[in-house]
Write a protein that binds this ligand. Structure first.
Ligand code: HEM
Ligand code: HEM
Length: 608
């Protein structure tokens, strides 16, 4: 059968599946107005309470004051949303250990009906149980999360050093050429693997393992297996980076780690994913918050993608290139992206104390991302010796990606409406908002970059590298930084010792990536135009990039300084430097001296 007919048929079948998926989601009520779904990350009375453990108590009070000051109409909306969740989120009734809770609620109701003076509201019993579940979830994840974040920090330093040296070598080509492992080809690949697998993957796994049990109100099952998995993944990364530096590589971008070593990484993924799935299966809540969809899907996607792409001896020739980029873009779009978007959907509303404005839009974003991202990889092969329909399909899907991206943008903007200024006070929010904007910017730029006319100029130029850092750094890494700042005080039970350093880190990273992106975007475009101009010698296109490459090294140096501040601060926190503060991180101390919890059930403190 003609390949065009086949592709049209495949597109038709896919649309039918999409249609059935849509009907199914309607039947399941996924698309009905459901503010209660958006509120499950809060217990009753928590809506309106800001929460950022990266702040010391005083700064947190200022943040709350700012949120209350501009409350006005928005406070009314919050109150409405809170009203909508009046009854606590439903729990799964089939769990044996819920029986006791159900009984306590029953007793509370009976005591209320009997007019007992000491009666406790049934909702308070459920709220107290929800907070106890959150505490238990945090306790169960503390060790694995710490381990993943510590590895992430270590690899961030290795990757940053390799990135900066690679960058300088592009305008100082005679520097560090005596040893084979310090040449550009190897150091660049070391950089890639250290930042994408060492830094982002570890940080994303740590974030997912911390957030999931909280949202599922269930302690992490088999945390020890997740830790063994983490050890295997990091052994694979260390072995892989060593092999690449020594000149042994599988030779496909993002898949360079030789497959015998990569099998450690895959085994590690399995050991991390299984505990997450067990926790999901044993969850105590009925409703799955949108971050759960994103994060669990991301875990399954990366494991399968990695397995299929690394199978030895299966992919050869043109198919190998196609598989390479099928994996290459999916690792970005179906691993880093959903992990980060899922994190924003949890941390952003939590920080400002307001549920996501349009929960349905967030679900629409998830399903359209799942539907369109899988086929975009072909846009890396525009102009290559691959079937035309494959590239065309990938371009169409790349443009369709505008739907989930815009859905996310509208949702973020409307959720933050009237509260943008809180980003000045909350470090976590600042990183999340910056990351969210960069998600919009990099994806919309990507949709344009996938068009044949634009790609003809940008392909094989530094323009692509600028886009890569806008996405992998401006979006994903910034979201991960924000998540680490939020999680660590709760994991280590210690506040960030030098809060100002967080601001220093933010500005160095933000400014650095803007300089990096701006410089290479302009330089890359000019380079592309020069390469297309048959009247100009190739060397002209190389020479003209020099000032832009130097600009990149300046921006990159700022980013690296930011990373030093971040990792140094993390170390100081682990070593218990700084005053023993009694702020946002330590909820039991808040009970004694923190800000009064609004409508808190007896004995329960908010902000856990
Ligand atoms: C709708 C979303 C997106 C689309 C349509 C898109 C499209 C593209 C296109 C067309 C290229 C250039 C391919 C080439 O000429 O070789 C590219 C490269 C790249 N994109 Fe995106 N992009 C999107 C979002 C993102 C995001 C969110 C990230 C980061 C998480 C990202 C990271 C990258 C990277 C790292 C590369 C460089 C790949 C390489 O050659 O090594 N992109 N993207
Ligand atoms: C954690 C942060 C970082 C992430 C996630 C990251 C990610 C990436 C990615 C995905 C690529 C491949 C781009 C492509 O081939 O199109 C890349 C290449 C590169 N990155 Fe980074 N990067 C980070 C930090 C840095 C820093 C701080 C520098 C310092 C200047 C840097 C310099 C480079 C260089 C020189 C390349 C090679 C570009 C080329 O092949 O022409 N990166 N990085």
């Amino acid at each position: 059968m003609d390949s065009t007919v086949l592709s049209l048929l495949a597109a038709f079948v896919l649309s039918l599946i999409g249609l059935f998926g849509f009907i199914w989601s309607l039947r399941k009520g996924l698309l009905v107005e459901n503010p209660r779904g958006a509120s499950v990350i809060f217990v009753r009375g928590e809506v309106g309470d800001v929460d950022d453990p990266a702040l010391v108590s005083r700064a947190r009070r200022v943040l709350q004051g700012e949120a209350d000051r501009v409350g006005g109409a928005h406070a009314a909306v919050a109150a409405l949303q809170e009203g909508a969740q009046g009854t606590p989120a439903p729990l799964r009734a089939d769990r044996g250990d819920r029986a006791e809770l159900v009984q306590r609620v029953q007793e509370a109701r009976e005591a209320q009906d009997a007019g007992s003076a000491t009666a406790v509201a049934a909702e308070d019993v459920v709220d107290a149980a929800a907070l106890a579940d959150r505490l238990a979830a945090d306790r169960s994840t503390a060790f694995p999360v710490f381990m993943f974040i510590a590895f992430a920090c270590m690899w961030l330093l290795v990757g940053s050093a390799a990135g900066l040296v690679s960058s300088i070598k592009l305008h100082e080509p005679d520097w560090l050429v005596a040893q084979a492992w310090t040449t550009f080809g190897r150091l660049r690949t070391v950089h890639l693997n250290a930042v994408l697998y060492g830094w982002i993957t570890n940080a994303a796994l740590g974030t997912i393992l911390w957030v999931l049990p909280r949202l599922l109100r269930t302690p992490l099952a088999g945390g020890i297996w997740a830790m063994i998995g983490g050890a295997l993944i990091n052994t694979g990364i260390a072995g892989g980076i060593g092999a690449i530096a020594a000149g042994w590589s599988d030779g496909m971008e993002y898949l360079e780690i030789p497959w015998p070593i990569a099998s450690f990484v895959f085994a590690g993924f399995v050991l991390v994913v299984l505990p997450a799935l067990f926790t999901l299966a044993n969850r105590r809540v009925e409703h799955l918050y949108v971050s759960v969809w994103y994060m669990v899907a991301a875990l399954l996607w990366i494991s399968l993608l990695f397995l299929v792409a690394k199978l030895p001896g299966v992919h050869t020739g043109v198919q190998q290139a196609t598989t390479n980029w099928w994996y290459g873009h999916n690792v970005l779009g179906l691993w880093f992206t959903p992990a980060s978007v899922g994190a924003i959907y949890y941390f952003l509303p939590k920080t400002i104390g307001r549920p996501v404005r349009s929960y349905n839009l967030s679900l629409l974003g998830f399903w359209t991302l799942a539907f369109f991202y899988g086929q975009v990889g072909g846009h890396h092969l525009i102009g290559g010796p691959v079937p035309g329909w494959l590239v065309t399909l990938s371009i169409v899907q790349s443009v369709m990606m505008i739907i989930p991206v815009v859905a996310f943008g509208i949702n973020m903007a409307s959720t933050l409406q009237g509260r943008w200024h809180l980003a000045r006070y909350s470090p976590t929010l600042r990183f999340m908002v910056f990351g969210g904007f960069m998600y919009l910017a990099s994806s919309l730029q990507g949709s344009l970059e996938a068009l044949r006319g634009v790609n003809a100029v940008t392909h094989f130029t530094h323009y692509t590298v600028a886009h890569a850092h806008l996405g992998a750094y401006g979006f994903v890494s910034m979201v991960m930084f924000g998540a680490v700042y939020f999680m660590m005080p709760r994991v280590l039970h210690w506040e960030w010792p030098y809060p100002r350093l967080i601001g220093v880190h933010f500005w160095l990273s933000a400014l650095g990536v803007c300089i990096y992106f701006g410089g290479l975007t302009v330089g890359g475009w000019l380079q592309g135009e020069a390469m297309l101009d048959a009247a100009r010698p190739f060397m002209a296109s190389v020479r003209l990039t020099l000032p832009y490459l130097q600009t990149r090294s300046v921006g990159g140096s700022l980013m690296v300084l930011g990373h030093l501040a971040f990792v140094g601060h993390f170390l100081a926190m682990v070593l218990r430097f700084g005053p023993a503060r009694t702020g946002a991180a330590l909820f039991w101390q808040q009970a004694q001296q923190g800000r009064p919890a609004r409508e808190a059930p007896a004995g329960v403190v908010h902000g856990q």
